[in-house]
Design a protein around this ligand. Structure first.
Ligand SMILES: [Zn+2]
Length: 495
C-alpha cells in the first residue's frame, strides 16, 4: 500500500428499533417502560424463569412486515426463531430469542440522495425480530467499589433489527441512510425512534478497501453511538484511524470498538464475535412462523404515504422547490403542520404556489428557530397551523406588514393567541387607507425639500428615504406598497 488516494471506506449499519406494541415480544407485560419504577413490568417469562413458555406477539410481526415492505424487502412465508446464546447479566435466560438463518424478511433497499436528484440504492440484507435485553445501571458505592443494578423492565421488549448491506462509502452517506431510515419509521409509526432513550440504536461495521477490490474479509464494529452526530463522528474517526494504519502497513485488528464522546474517538472493547460464537439453534419453545400472503397484502394496502412520495407530491401539488419539499417532509410532524396550515382552499395555482412557498418559509425559518430555542418539537408548537394561516391571510389582505407579522408571530408563540386578538390588543393594524396616508405624505414632502430636490435631479433612491420617513411617522403601520405608490405620485405631481 503506497498511496491512499484510491482507498474507499466500506460501511454497513445495523439498526435496532424498539417497536411500539402494547405488550412485550413473548409475554403480556407492558412494553412501554420509560419512567416506570425499575422491575415493575416483569413476569416469569421475561424474567427467564425455567419452565415458562414464550408466545409470539402478532402486532410485532405486523410492524416488522410494514417496515420491511417500506424498505422494499421480500417477506418470507416461512421463518423461525432461534436462540442466540451468550452469557451476560442483562440476558435473563442466558440466551436471546432472535432470528438466524430464516428471518421474516430479506433483501430490500433504501434510497439516499448524496447529490441532488441522484438516488443511490443502499441494500438491506434483512429485517428480523428479536427481544431486547434488561438494562444494567452501573454505580460506585461510598468506598469507591463499583456495582451494577439490573432493571428487567426492558427485557423482552420487541426489537426489530434492520441489517444494511456494506454499500455506504462515507460517514456522510451513513448519516443520510440513518436519517432516512429514521424518517421512514416515523412515518410508519412503528417506533418512537427516540435515540436518547435507546428506542433507535445503531452499530456500524467499517473497513477499507482499494477502489475496485472485492469486499474486505475483515471489519471493525463500532458501538455506543447515541446520536446521529456520534455515528458520523465515530465513522470519520475510524476512517482516518484505519487509513493511517493502512499507510503504515500495520494490521487492522478485527474487533469491536466503542465510541467515546469524552475522547472524541473509538476505543478497543473486545475481539469481534463470529456467528459460531453464539451457538445458534432453533428455539424449541416456538412453532415455525407462517406468514400468509393475503395478510401481507392487507398490510401493504394500508401503508401510509412515505417520505419520498410525499416530497414528490409537495413538489407537484404545491409547486414547492426540491429543497423546501425535502426539508418539510423530512419530519412527519413538519409535513403535517404544513398541510394543515395550507388547508383546503379554492386558490388559483399561482396563489397556491405563493402561499405554499410563504408557509414553508415561515415553518422552516421563524417557527423552527423558536422551537429550537425552547427545545420543543413541532407537535408541541404553541402556534397552531390555522393561526399561521390566519396570519398569512392578514398579510395578504394588506392589514399587517411583514415586520408586524414577525412581531405578532413571536407573541403568538409565547401566549398561543389568535393573531387577530394580538393585533386588536396592541393596536397594530396597518394603515392602508389612502386618504389617511395622503395627508401624512404631504407633510413629509413639505418638510424634506432636500430629498424632493434629489429625486427631481434623478436620484431615484430618494424615494426610499421618504418612504422611510413615512414609516417612521406611522410607526411602521403604513402599508409599504400603498406608501410607495403615494410618495411616488406625490413627487411626480410636483412640477
Ligand atoms: Zn413479562
Amino acid at each position: 500500500m503506497t498511496s491512499t488516494a484510491k482507498l474507499e471506506p466500506v460501511i454497513g449499519l445495523e439498526v435496532h428499533v424498539q417497536l411500539l406494541t402494547n405488550s412485550k415480544m413473548f409475554c403480556s407485560c407492558k412494553a412501554a417502560y420509560t419512567g416506570a419504577e425499575p422491575n415493575t413490568h416483569v413476569c416469569p417469562v421475561c424474567l427467564g424463569m425455567p419452565g415458562t413458555l414464550p408466545v409470539i406477539n402478532e402486532k410485532a410481526i405486523e410492524l416488522t412486515v410494514m417496515t420491511a415492505l417500506a424498505l422494499n424487502c421480500t417477506i418470507a412465508t416461512n421463518s423461525k426463531f432461534d436462540r442466540k446464546n451468550y452469557p451476560y447479566p442483562d440476558l435473563m435466560k442466558g440466551y436471546q430469542i432472535s432470528q438466524f438463518d430464516l428471518p421474516i424478511t430479506n433483501k430490500g433497499w433504501l434510497g439516499i440522495e448524496p447529490e441532488n436528484n441522484v438516488t443511490r440504492k443502499i441494500g438491506i440484507t434483512r429485517v428480523h425480530l428479536e427481544e431486547d435485553t434488561a438494562r444494567l445501571i452501573h454505580r460506585i458505592d461510598v468506598t469507591g467499589d463499583t456495582y451494577s443494578l439490573v432493571d428487567i423492565n426492558r427485557s423482552g421488549v420487541p426489537l426489530m433489527e434492520i441489517v444494511g448491506e456494506p454499500d455506504l462509502q462515507s460517514a456522510e452517506e451513513a448519516r443520510l441512510y440513518l436519517t432516512k431510515l429514521h424518517t421512514i419509521l416515523q412515518y410508519l409509526g412503528v417506533s418512537t425512534g427516540n435515540m436518547d432513550e435507546g428506542s433507535f440504536r445503531c452499530d456500524a461495521n467499517i473497513s477499507l478497501r482499494e477502489k475496485g477490490d472485492p469486499l474486505p474479509n475483515w471489519k471493525v464494529e463500532v458501538k455506543n453511538m447515541n446520536s446521529f452526530r456520534a455515528v458520523f463522528r465515530a465513522l470519520e474517526f475510524e476512517i482516518s484511524r484505519q487509513t493511517s494504519l493502512f499507510e503504515k502497513n500495520e494490521p487492522i485488528a478485527q474487533e469491536t470498538r466503542g465510541w467515546s464522546e469524552e475522547i472524541g474517538g473509538t476505543v478497543s472493547q473486545r475481539a469481534k464475535e463470529y456467528a459460531h460464537d453464539y451457538r445458534y439453534f432453533p428455539e424449541p419453545d416456538l412453532p415455525p412462523l407462517f406468514v400468509e400472503k393475503e395478510w401481507v397484502k392487507s398490510i401493504e394496502s394500508k401503508l401510509p404515504e412515505l417520505p419520498d412520495a410525499r416530497r414528490d407530491r409537495f413538489m407537484s401539488e404545491y409547486m414547492l422547490p426540491t429543497y423546501e419539499a425535502s426539508l418539510l417532509t423530512s419530519s412527519i410532524g413538519m409535513a403535517n403542520y404544513f398541510e394543515e396550515a395550507i388547508g383546503s382552499s379554492d386558490l388559483t395555482n399561482t396563489q397556491l404556489s405563493d402561499r405554499a412557498k410563504t408557509t414553508a418559509n415561515w415553518i422552516i425559518g421563524d417557527l423552527t428557530h423558536l422551537l429550537n430555542n425552547s427545545s420543543s418539537t413541532i407537535e408541541e408548537s404553541p402556534i397552531k397551523p390555522k393561526y399561521l394561516s390566519e396570519l398569512l391571510d392578514l398579510m395578504d389582505e394588506g392589514k399587517i406588514s411583514v415586520r408586524m407579522a414577525k412581531e405578532i408571530f413571536e407573541e403568538m408563540y409565547s401566549d398561543s393567541k389568535k393573531p387577530s386578538l394580538i393585533i386588536e390588543a396592541k393596536g397594530l393594524s396597518q394603515i392602508s387607507d389612502g386618504e389617511k396616508l395622503q395627508s401624512i405624505v404631504a407633510d413629509i414632502i413639505a418638510s424634506n425639500s432636500k430629498a424632493v430636490e434629489d429625486y427631481k435631479k434623478g436620484k431615484s433612491n430618494a424615494i426610499g428615504f421618504l418612504v422611510g420617513q413615512l414609516m417612521k411617522e406611522t410607526k411602521g403601520q403604513a402599508n409599504p406598497k400603498t406608501a410607495n405608490q403615494l410618495v411616488k405620485s406625490a413627487l411626480d405631481a410636483i412640477k
